[in-house]
Design a protein around this ligand. Structure first.
Ligand code: GLU
Ligand code: ZN
Length: 492
């Protein structure tokens, strides 16, 4: 039988690391077993629905290069794949359960249910939830209420005795006493809209889903779903509830730990390759050794047997490390193409056409390639190349432990050496040696020679390698900045 899995998010917020991990596991499982990956939008909760969330779902999967075989836009034989376009289907199947005696109409008003809840609370009754008041209404009673124009909800008959068990690939058998399962949950609301349970089960069945890989927080719904499958006379799919994604402090990953939305990661300049690789390793491993996986490798090598039982820890530092590795694996021109938008956002490349931008940025890639953690780091690292950083204050120009007067002397002596060295194409190492020799002559530290040069050209005490930075800025502009610094130091 062909493997068919689905990612079934509710578009209520931005795609986050946990959700995307579920999507990736489903996708890779489908690919590695030669099956189909289906995207289904579970948007029946209209109060929490957002257009932005739906857009974000599509753009996130698109950015990651995760294509769905069936789903919205792509279509497929079991569509529509957006639940809000399937209401007629849910109504029909809910009615079928009523007709077969597996579900029933409930006419209880919100007021009655509220009074019931208050009473249960006041009397500390062990009975919680709906009291099954309408479960045994006779046909005639039901008809009479319908004739009055009352709009019922449809509730599932959960057995009062016995227990329900389902098997989970990762967790083993999970059993729940039926009396502990929510008493007769609503399947169809009085406005004709389905609840999550009904729509989810019907769709998984009608879409021929063979395996359900979803977050462990859905385990409590498992027994109910199994009862629902039975009520329909359908076979439930194989369950595989995925261990939680935790922050490094052992709590469920949340905003407290840092960004969790994939859009944030994308904006900061994480690469899709790094996200895919690292996020897939949160709770899964191939042989416990291999760390680097391309998407193509995962499409081949992923298996649900290797999913860990224990919760996975999402470590931001580790993702940073992966991202750096993937950045360094790019060619200079590939990387330049990725960096241009970040520099563009700050208007640093204004006045250049696309090709000029690419050429210019490709030329400075060697300055940053070894040190970028995320793409957006390029702005702070190279802003001085594109824009005059302005005159740094005297403090920035002076190396630690050096006075402005010392630094003036140092720079005044260093500048002509640097300038003639660069202009006569002397090797960098030679120029460097000559500059170093100034230090003992003036009784200052080597750092005291280089700092004012670095700070005047780049505007900062930390920068990419000095001579490369000077070349990236251009000699004329660099020399102008140094001369400007000399004036300032002189006046101190
Ligand atoms: N719509 C549910 C969610 O947002 C789907 C749960 C499931 O995969 O069954 O996670
Ligand atoms: Zn009722």
């Amino acid at each position: 039988m062909e493997t068919r899995v689905r990612y079934a998010p509710s578009p209520t917020g931005l795609q986050h690391i946990g959700g995307v991990r579920t999507a990736l596991f489903n996708y890779f499982f489908a690919k590695s077993s030669g099956g189909k990956f289906i995207l289904r939008v579970e948007d029946t909760d209209r109060t929490r629905y957002s257009d932005e969330a739906l857009e974000d779902l599509y753009s996130t999967l698109d950015w990651l290069g995760i294509k769905w075989d069936e789903g919205p836009i792509a279509g497929g034989p079991y569509g529509p794949y957006i639940q809000s376009e399937r209401y007629d289907i849910y109504r029909k199947y809910a009615q079928q359960l009523v007709d077969s005696g597996m579900a029933y109409y409930c006419f209880c008003t919100p007021e009655r249910l509220e009074a019931l809840r208050a009473e249960q609370e006041a009397s500390h009754s062990p009975e919680q939830g709906y009291d099954r008041h309408c479960r045994n209404l006779s046909k005639d009673e039901v008809q009479a209420l319908l004739d009055q124009g009352l709009k019922p909800v449809i509730r599932l008959k959960v057995p009062e005795e016995g227990s329900t068990t389902f098997h989970d690939v990762i967790m083993g058998d999970i059993t729940r006493e039926n009396k502990d399962i929510s008493p007769d949950p609503i399947l169809l609301k009085s406005d004709g809209f389905p609840t999550y349970h009904l729509a989810n089960v019907i769709d998984d069945h009608l879409m021929h889903i063979t395996h359900i890989l979803r977050a462990q927080e859905w385990i409590p719904s498992g027994p109910l779903h199994v009862i629902l499958y039975k009520a329909f006379g359908w076979e439930p799919p194989v369950y595989c509830h995925l261990p939680m994604v935790m922050g490094s402090d052992g709590h469920k990953l949340s905003k407290r730990h840092g960004s969790t939305s994939v859009r944030d990661f994308r904006d900061k300049g994480y690469l899709p390759e790094a996200i895919i690789n690292y996020v897939t390793l949160v709770g899964w491993s191939f042989d416990g050794e291999k760390q680097f996986f391309s998407k193509a490798e995962l499409e081949k090598d992923f298996s649900i047997e290797k999913i860990n039982k224990a919760p996975g820890v999402f470590d931001y530092k580790k993702l940073d490390w992966f991202n750096g590795q993937y950045i360094r694996a790019k060619s200079d021109s590939e990387l330049a193409a990725l960096l241009v938008p970040y520099l563009d956002k700050e208007s640093l490349l204004d006045g250049m056409d696309e090709q000029a931008k690419l050429d210019r940025v490709t030329a400075i890639v060697p300055l940053v390639k070894e040190r970028l953690v995320v793409l957006s780091d390029v702005n702070d690292m190279t802003r001085f190349v594109f824009r005059d950083p302005g005159m740094p204050d005297a403090k920035t120009l002076c190396a630690k432990g050096h006075t402005a007067a010392q630094e003036y002397q140092g720079l005044a002596k260093a500048y002509p050496i640097l300038r003639s060295g660069l202009e006569s194409w002397k090797p960098d190492s030679e120029i460097e040696q000559e500059l170093c020799a100034i230090a003992p002559e003036l009784g200052i530290k080597v750092n005291g020679v280089f700092m004012p040069i670095r700070a005047s050209v780049t505007g900062s005490q930390v920068s990419p390698p000095l001579f490369d930075s000077i070349r990236a800025v251009g000699y004329d502009e660099s020399f102008r900045r140094i001369e400007r610094a000399l004036e300032v130091l002189k006046a101190c």
